[in-house]
Design a protein around this ligand. Structure first.
Ligand SMILES: [Zn+2]
Length: 132
């Protein structure tokens, strides 16, 4: 259940940042989540709601998904997930097991299997808005 750990990290960080900028209450939190971050959004949102109750918070959480960006180690080409020519089955598989992209896909330009993920993983707080 790492969704709970991630959610707790978000809430704790938000509370700290709010304290630093002397906010009395947090109204809104903007989050960015990488498309390749292995996360169940429903569980994550539920965890956030439950944790906010614990912390006595009632903020609106906006979630934005960051597209995955890949970079080829051979030809330096950079591309997004949509550019892979994957079948529906493969796409589904990759969704559940992001690492499997490396055995299912190749660089769209040179066909190399030596590429890396440069963006699209992790959870970030982009902004916090509240009352001072
Ligand atoms: Zn390439």
């Amino acid at each position: 259940m790492h969704e709970w750990a991630l959610a707790e990290g978000v809430i704790k960080t938000a509370v700290e940042k709010a304290k630093e900028s002397k906010m009395k209450s947090i109204d809104e939190i903007d989050l960015k989540i990488g498309e390749m971050q292995d996360i169940e959004l429903d569980i994550f949102k539920f965890a956030l709601d439950e944790l906010m109750k614990e912390y006595g918070m009632k903020a609106k959480i906006n979630i934005r998904i960051q597209k995955t960006k890949f970079k080829c180690n051979v030809c330096n080409y950079e591309w997004h997930f949509d550019e892979f020519e994957l079948t529906e089955d493969e796409k589904e598989f990759v969704h559940f097991l992001p690492e499997s992209i490396f055995s299912h896909a190749r660089c769209p330009k040179c066909g190399s299997q030596y590429f890396e993920i440069v963006e699209g993983r992790g959870v970030w707080i982009e902004a916090i808005r509240g009352k001072k």
